[in-house]
Design a protein around this ligand. Structure first.
Ligand SMILES: Nc1ncnc2c1ncn2[C@@H]1O[C@H](COP(=O)(O)OP(=O)(O)OP(=O)(O)O)[C@@H](O)[C@H]1O
Ligand SMILES: [Mg+2]
Length: 207
C-alpha cells in the first residue's frame, strides 16, 4: 500500500521514529488533562470505539494524539492497530490544490481515511481500521470541506471504525459549522465505545 504521506498530511501509523511525542512527556496541569491522558492512553492500548477530545489551543491535544500513534506503532503487527494519522489542516490544503485535476489521487487518499484499501482489486476491501484525526473541524468550512468530512465520518460511523478525534470545537459547534448529521454520527461513534472529553488548561505555547 503506497501513500504520499508528507504531501497530504496523512501518515501511516507504523515505525515509532515518525512520532516523537510520548505519553511520558505529557505533564497534566489540570484534572481534565489528566483524564485525557488516561483516556487516550487506554484507547491506544485497545483502539475500539472512538474518542473525541476537544479544547482550546496549546493544551496538548496534538501531543496526545501523536503519542497515541507512537504507542499504536509498537503494536503495528496487529491488524487492529494499523491505520493512519491525519493532520486535517494539511490534508485540506493538499486537497484544495487537487481540485481541478481529475481527482484520482484525492479519491485514493479519502479511501484510506474511510478505512478502505484503494489498491485492492475490490474497492470495498477493508483497509487499516484506525484513524487519528487531528484538528477535526478546523479550516475554512467550504462546501468542499463539508462534503469530505461528511463522506469520511459517514463511512467510519457505518462500519464502527475506531477513531481518535482532536478538535477545538465541541460537538454543538460542529453541528453549527457543518451539519447536524455529522454531529449526530460523532456522538453515535463515541457512544459505542468511549467518550467525548473536554480538555482545559493553560496554553503551553504561551507559557
Ligand atoms: N501537558 C503538557 N505537557 C507537556 N507538553 C505540553 C503539554 N501541553 C502542551 N504541550 C506542548 O505544547 C505545545 C503545544 O501543544 P499541542 O500542539 O499538542 O497543542 P494543541 O492542544 O494540539 O493545540 P491546537 O488546538 O492549537 O492544535 C507542544 O510542543 C506540546 O508538546
Ligand atoms: Mg493541535
Amino acid at each position: 500500500m503506497s501513500i504520499i504521506s508528507r504531501l497530504c498530511g496523512i501518515q501511516w501509523i507504523t515505525g515509532e521514529h515518525k512520532f516523537q511525542e510520548t505519553f511520558e512527556g505529557y505533564h497534566p496541569k489540570t484534572e481534565s488533562q489528566a483524564q485525557a491522558l488516561e483516556a487516550v492512553r487506554g484507547w491506544a492500548d485497545h483502539p475500539e470505539g472512538s474518542l473525541y477530545f476537544w479544547g482550546p489551543a496549546g493544551v496538548g491535544k496534538t501531543q496526545l494524539a501523536r503519542a497515541a500513534c507512537r504507542q499504536l506503532s509498537h503494536d503495528a503487527k496487529s491488524w487492529n492497530s494499523k491505520g493512519f494519522y491525519v493532520d486535517w489542516i494539511e490534508f485540506l490544503a493538499w486537497a484544495r490544490r487537487r481540485v481541478g485535476d481529475e481527482g484520482y489521487e484525492l479519491e485514493r487518499q479519502l479511501s484510506y481515511l474511510k478505512g478502505f484499501d484503494p489498491d485492492a482489486w475490490d474497492p470495498w476491501e477493508e483497509g487499516p481500521k484506525v484513524l487519528v484525526w487531528d484538528d477535526f473541524g478546523q479550516g475554512r468550512v467550504t462546501d468542499f470541506a463539508v462534503d469530505m468530512v461528511t463522506e469520511v465520518v459517514h463511512a467510519r460511523y457505518d462500519r464502527g471504525l475506531p477513531t481518535l478525534f482532536t478538535s477545538n470545537c465541541d460537538v454543538e459547534r460542529i453541528a453549527q459549522l457543518y451539519d447536524d448529521r455529522i454531529a449526530s454520527r460523532l456522538v453515535g461513534m463515541t457512544g459505542r465505545g468511549t467518550q467525548i472529553l473536554k480538555v482545559e488548561g493553560p496554553d503551553a505555547r504561551t507559557g
